[in-house]
Design a protein. Sequence first.
Lengths: 314, 261
Amino acid sequence: MLRFILIRLLTAIPTLIIVAVTVFVLIRLIPGDPAQLMLGDLADPVSIAALRHQLGLDRDIFVQFGLWAGHVLELDLGRSITTQQEVLPLILTRFAVSVQIVLTAVLLASLIAIPAGTFAAWRHNSRVDVATVATATLFLSIPTFWLGLLLLLLLGVKLGWLPVVGYVSIADNPLVGALYLIMPVLTLLLHESGSLLRMARASTLEVLRLDYVTHARAKGLSEFAVLRRHVFKNAFGPSWTLIGLLLGHLLGGVAVVETVFTVPGLGRLLVEAIFARDYPVIQGCLLFVGVAYVLVNLVVDLCYPIFDPRVAAS
Amino acid sequence: MAVPQPLREELRRDPNLVVEIGTEPVRHSFILQTRNPLLKNVKLRQALAAAIDYKSLVEEITNGLGHANNSPVYQTSRYYGPVEKQGFAYDPAQARRLLQEAGYKGEPLVILTNKRDSMPNYSAAVFAQQMWQAVGLNVQINVLDWATQLDRYNTGNYMIEAFSYSSRFDPALGLEQIVGPKDTQPRKVWENPRAIALTTKAMQTTDPRARQEIFDTAHKLILEDVPMIFTHNAVSAVAHNKRVVGVRPWAAPTFWGVGKP
């Protein structure tokens, strides 16, 4: 097991190096730089050159990358150009906010969508199946920003049940903080439930057609026992993979949802940094997202044997 | 405290608060690239200026709180006098005539703009586009993120930009922001030698009457030359307790003139 983890972590290193180099180069190819933005319409060429020198942006790009990479190895992601805050603590603070939303949404989506998908597959081609698939497709088709705005309008403006704008940390006030998280979580939950439900339904349908399921039924097992013991365990693998991919993808920041609900998460930090051409923050965020993605998928892979003993054996 | 636009009416209803509205030296404009093959034609630039209904445009953008100002001198400056109040005349028929004289044949013009919350550049671009299209101009809008638009401004790589200039209390510095040779400073908008001479003179002159003459001349020249179209100054609001008087919206903190009623 330890060897497997080490191999997985080592094979992630080239990926992270590629991410780091690509982000470093691409962000510098976009027009505009932090010096121009900080000076705005004051920007005469001499002032821009002076500020670029001060920020170290006039150095050779290889030197800039070498310096940055050296600091990264010491877990120092630098300081934000615009706010002068240290990047790593800034990312961790924002990541904590995104994690609350993403983990809650994915957990709830899994608890709802996987049983629903399994049930729909069991009742294949029935009205329940059609209604479930139609609902899932509907939520999957609605873009998260639109779904978020609809929820804001309904739950925030029309009904006045939930706060429309702002953010209170759960650490500061658990009750009020939870109120601020309901709509972002609900938006993600509804959207991500769609894909999870469809995956659970499709994989369950495949398993239901296999001979050993027919055999289990022929043995006289109840339908519940067949589903629980023989179908679910074998059909859960693809859904688990999807959960891992969703977590990796969403933990990188749900920028749109965070923007709609003014939640100060990692996604919003990244978007703000891109608009401000805040290179250290952009590089730090994307590297962090890459690492998070690798780790989440590693954890998902390590959990496979729990659901499928064949993986452990191999 | 400074009040965002959506909160103003709500705060006005508070019996303990007073909301003051005023203008700042921030100047909103359309800058025209005078080296562009199309826009180097002064008749075309004059047509663009004549086609805009400034009163409507500014009323719409500022919710009726702002006033049109086509001058590089901001409205609350001591140098904003009778000459500066004479702006472009809204005359669609004249705009069409000028387009004919310019030999305009429907070539596309592109406005670069952005969607920053703090500036009305996008709204201004949309209103101006409609007014320009109404006189027969083929105008498109290209929305960029602010960093990219600023880069295009700094390199002079644009036809038209909806652009806002930050506050300069002295109109001479306000002119310096826009006037200068593009060969050495591509961000400069107006490279007319007379404008450059006037700006240099304004920097060196201290007598208020002489300065007023310089700014009057520069204002008249910008209306003729149309290297850019100033539309209005930024409208801002402050809310303060009724127990205080003398607070006025301004681009900087108020240090004096504030007291009890």
